[in-house]
Design a protein around this ligand. Structure first.
Ligand code: 13P
Length: 257
């Protein structure tokens, strides 16, 4: 059985103080949730403060970062090394988000180096893939996503990928309010599972969690979670408010349809 994972990607929102307040509010609202893994991914500047709250208040929330550099250390002004995240208690690292691919020049090659570095430091990558609207309309989605998955996991072994999470985020659904239908999302997630199965065999792909991301909200989460190949969500805008994010985490209580 795959444990559902709901991860909040706070993007470039929340100062450290705001992040702490949000985590405290959220933790109260999800205190009774035990069958869903919950991760929060604040900006780098808030990681330490959020880690401290999680530790002191003994919260069951997991901590995630939104990016990392692949080198151990060195003259790389402005970058953050895997070791630095690991020391803070970071568990998940989002890699290759479409915003990073679009605005910061990330490619399947850099994604691959980051995935390898995160795994080498015993953290878990949430590797993001997803097509543009043009690619969807040209029916290139599966081929494009396959290339992203194969490229992002190049030179890695099945053992290394045991804790890999993949997030399928169609670019046209991010922050637009225009979410993919559950069937559409599940089709691509099933395809991703098959591609990973082709690379690493059936055990890894059966265990691997695949998240859907793109305009997920309390009103639509239950529909996604009913799909067999969707194991959770990577939530942007709706994760910035404690009550909305808690409602998503409690997807079992939301009405389908
Ligand atoms: P929204 O939920 O705001 O559409 O963002 C999705 C996303 O990019 C999560 O990584």
């Amino acid at each position: 059985m795959r444990t559902p994972l709901i991860a909040g990607n706070w993007k470039m929102f929340k100062t450290a103080g705001e992040a702490v307040a949000l985590v405290q509010d959220l933790s109260r609202l999800v205190a009774d949730v035990s069958e869903v893994e919950i991760a929060v991914c604040p900006p780098f500047t808030a990681l330490k403060s959020v880690a401290t709250v999680i530790e002191l208040d003994k919260l069951s929330l997991k901590l995630g970062a939104q990016n990392v550099y692949w080198e151990e250390e060195g003259a790389f002004t402005g970058e953050v090394a895997p070791r630095m995240l690991q020391e803070l208690g970071v568990d998940y690292v989002i890699i290759g988000h479409s915003e990073r691919r679009e605005h910061f020049g990330e490619t399947n090659e850099t994604v691959n180096k980051k995935v390898a570095a995160v795994i080498a430091h015993n953290m878990r990558p949430i590797m993001c893939v997803g097509e543009s609207l043009r690619q969807r309309e040209a029916e290139e989605t599966n081929a494009f996503v396959r290339e992203q998955v194969v490229g992002g996991l190049a030179n890695l072994s099945a053992d290394q990928c045991a804790n890999l999470v993949v997030a399928y985020e169609p670019i046209w659904a991010i922050g637009t309010g225009r979410s993919a239908t559950p069937e559409m999302a599940n089709d691509v997630c099933r395809h991703i599972r098959a591609v990973v199965g082709g690379l690493f065999g059936p055990d890894i792909c059966r265990e691997m969690r695949i998240l859907y991301g793109g305009s997920v909200k309390p009103e639509n989460i239950a529909m996604y979670m009913q799909e067999p190949d969707i194991d959770g969500a990577l939530v942007g805008g709706a994760s910035l408010k404690a009550d909305g994010f808690a409602d998503i985490v409690k997807f079992d209580e939301q009405r389908v349809g």
